[in-house]
Design a protein around this ligand. Structure first.
Ligand SMILES: NC(=O)c1ccc[n+]([C@@H]2O[C@H](COP(=O)([O-])OP(=O)(O)OC[C@H]3O[C@@H](n4cnc5c(N)ncnc54)[C@H](O)[C@@H]3O)[C@@H](O)[C@H]2O)c1
Length: 342
């Protein structure tokens, strides 16, 4: 049998643990996995692009566990009442090849993305950061806010979205959680005086949602929305004067903000910073950018964390995903046991 966590199970799990515990737990697991980066077999994700969006498979494995996530990105979906990003993921036992855990990952992706962003910011943002601009107030935004409060102490938020209803929704969701949150009148208004800027917009173009003039000395930019070829959020001038950290360089060269720059533009991988092999922030005035596209290890860590937390907690159920005939060579007899003789 394969353990399964569907949407309702994931929502129950999140209700039991709370988003802060879920996000910090995933971040701790990811930090430990980043420290053993060389034990993973890694590759760029496999992407299928259409004019409507992208569908991607994100595989990764260590010596015990193989994982993949199916995820889409369809920026025009919300206009017809659907999510931009939906996902599910699988853990399989390397020794048998059997899938052992399957989970919804639409909610889990928002949690793991927020955990990854805040983990990176702990190494890259000024330690006394207290305010954040959120540019883009869709599905990812509130999860980002909670992660940055739990892991960095961010209390003050300024929110800007081109859709006023999305901005109002984020303010409505975040104010009762105790944030000092206000709707901004523009991206420039949101960013002014912020310690950290998170860009989480969805479009399929080379957009400039954050202008170079808006980025002040010492800011940390957490850029998560530009995550496909031809889809970026930052003025490239910001990158040229910043220290840029990426998840997995071969994938980010294709999909990240740095696709706008030459292939020799210097970047550091997050695992190097986490493992102490490269410095994080080196001065108060440095502009730092986390050019995040989402990497398979983050899904691996999130799936493992949820699997370990739901086992025995009545938060998952078993599904018969794998045929298991008594005689492993008699799949025919197993499959046709209920069929008429002729
Ligand atoms: N890096 C990662 O790991 C990661 C993970 C998940 C999602 N993403 C990406 O993050 C982005 C946001 O995802 P989501 O699920 O929140 O999408 P969403 O569609 O729910 O929200 C995106 C929001 O951006 C707003 N927007 C678009 N253009 C804008 C602009 N120029 N200025 C301000 N707001 C603008 C839209 O009105 C919308 O409210 C997507 O591009 C998605 O692919 C990245």
């Amino acid at each position: 049998m394969t353990a399964f966590v569907g949407v309702e199970d994931m929502v129950r799990w999140l209700g039991t643990r709370g988003p802060a515990v879920a996000i910090t737990g995933i971040a701790a697991r990811l930090e430990a996995d980043l420290r053993r980066w060389s034990s993973f077999e890694k590759r760029e994700r496999v992407a299928s692009h259409t004019p409507f969006g992208v569908i991607e498979l994100m595989p990764i494995a260590d010596a015990d566990t193989y994982a993949f996530k199916y995820v889409n990105g369809h920026p025009f979906n919300p206009a017809v009442g659907r999510q931009t990003v939906t996902a599910f993921g699988v853990l399989a036992d390397v020794r048998t090849g059997y899938p052992v855990f399957v989970a919804e990952m639409t909610v889990l992706t928002a949690l793991r993305t927020a955990a990854t962003s805040a983990l990176a910011a702990r190494f890259l943002a000024r330690p006394d950061s207290r305010s954040m601009a959120l540019i883009g107030a869709g599905s990812q935004s509130e999860f980002q806010a909670i992660a940055f409060r739990e892991m960095l102490g961010i209390e003050r938020l300024r929110v800007w979205d081109v859709d006023p209803a999305a901005t109002a929704k984020a303010v409505r969701n975040l104010a009762p959680l105790g944030f000092d949150v206000r709707a901004a009148s523009s991206a420039t208004d949101a960013v002014r005086g912020a310690d950290i800027v998170t860009t989480c917009t969805a479009d399929k173009v080379r957009a400039v949602v954050l202008a170079d003039d808006d980025v002040e000395a010492g800011m940390h930019v957490n850029a998560i929305g530009g995550d496909c070829p031809g889809k970026t959020e930052l003025d490239p001038a910001i990158l040229r004067r910043a220290t840029v950290t990426v998840e997995y360089e071969p994938q980010t060269r294709l999909e990240g903000e740095i696709q706008q720059l030459s292939a020799t533009f210097p970047v550091t991988e997050l695992w190097e910073v986490v493992a102490g092999r490269a410095p994080g922030r080196t001065s108060r005035d440095e502009v730092t950018v986390f050019d995040s596209v989402g990497f398979a290890l983050e899904d691996f860590s999130a799936l493992c964390f949820v699997r370990d937390d739901v086992v025995g907690a009545d938060l998952s159920r078993d599904i018969d995903l794998v045929a298991e005939p008594d005689d492993p060579k008699d799949l025919f007899g197993f499959a046709l046991r209920g069929a008429p003789v002729r």
